[in-house]
Design a protein around this ligand. Structure first.
Ligand code: FEC
Length: 293
């Protein structure tokens, strides 16, 4: 059997001029308010994407390291930008793959996130190879241990975070929130941290209710409880990208400063060796190939 991996990520614009098309893709044909677009362009400008697009660069480093680790071809597919998931699927098929493992660089399943990756990949593969799609890896021991290492020994109150989603996901029994709380609990237990909480981040202005509490409100509540030091541990993301480098490093930090709170965040997994080895373990399990001793 010839195997290949399609490694999927959200995708990020390379240039400020790409932002309108990128945002339109995220909105999936629904209208974009001009003020929201202007705000997004400004966030990307302040992130400096014309010089370096962090998410795309980190995803390429992860892809290359995973390919070396597995000894299998790995192709990158982006949900909302280039190279698209369909292009990665074609490249995997062109490499002769009879089985394709689909792995998303997001650990938690939701019908509003991972399901979209699955539909794009399955549609592109179109039964031309067997598809082994990994739905979630939120409790993978290597991932839990890696995050536990980042918070072990802290004296700060640990706030685990993840991208919010519209509350309507709860009506259909979506496992997203439960999986997020499960990861947070496992990480805290592994690190021996008892002083922790969870909040959402990065809510989008779509006009419907989103899961809360949002981290900015949550910081206010923590300060009211007398907490002075916070360590943010984003469990729902794995890379330094807009949602980390803006929403946490700028917005949450500014709010913390206003409140007189000290706020730090953990170093993200990015393309680190232990993280790539964890991803390789997840892929090998899907292929039923034993991991090296
Ligand atoms: O660095 C970058 O350029 C990209 C960072 C980025 C990541 C990311 C991950 C997730 N999102 C999820 C859900 C939603 C929903 C909407 C939504 C909107 C945006 C916008 C930008 C954006 N997201 Fe994102 N997301 C990233 C970036 N996201 C930019 C649009 C402007 C804004 O709201 O700031 C609302 C869509 C709509 O309008 O209907 C829902 C989820 C994740 C984590 C899983 C994953 O990575 O796929 C869930 C990274």
């Amino acid at each position: 059997m010839r195997d290949a991996v399609v490694l999927m990520a959200y995708g990020s614009p390379e240039r400020l001029a790409d932002v309108p098309a990128y945002y339109a893709d995220i909105r999936g044909g629904r209208p974009v308010a001009p003020e929201h677009l202007a705000d997004l362009v400004e966030r990307y400008r302040r992130l400096g994407i014309e010089d370096a697009s962090p998410l795309n660069a980190i995803t390429e480093r992860t892809r290359s390291a995973l390919e070396d680790e597995l000894g299998l071809p790995v192709f990158t597919g982006m949900k909302h930008w280039t190279p698209h998931i369909a292009e990665a699927a074609e490249a995997a098929l062109a490499s002769g793959a009879e089985r394709i493992v689909g792995l998303v660089l997001a650990p938690h399943y939701s019908m509003l996130s991972i399901q979209g990756y699955r539909e794009q990949l399955a549609g592109a593969v179109a039964d031309r190879a067997a598809l082994l799609f990994i739905e979630s890896w939120h409790d993978e021991p290597g991932f839990v241990e890696l995050l536990a290492d980042r918070i072990r020994g802290t004296h700060a109150h640990v706030v685990f975070t993840a991208h919010s989603l519209p509350t309507r996901i709860l009506d259909s029994g979506d496992p997203y929130k439960d999986q997020l709380l499960e990861t947070s609990r496992l990480v805290a237990e592994a690190a021996g941290v008892v002083d922790w909480s969870f909040s959402f981040q990065s809510e989008s202005p779509t006009g419907e209710p989103w899961l809360g509490p949002d981290i900015l409100d949550h910081l206010t509540s923590l300060r009211e409880r007398g907490i002075e030091d916070v360590l943010v541990c984003p469990v729902g993301f794995v890379s330094d990208h807009l949602e980390i480098r803006w929403d946490i490093d700028v917005e949450a930090r500014d709010r913390a400063a206003e409140l007189g709170l000290r706020l730090e965040r953990i170093e993200m997994p990015n393309a680190g060796t232990a993280f790539v080895q964890t991803l390789a373990t997840v892929v090998r399990r899907a292929l039923r190939v034993p991991s090296p001793a």
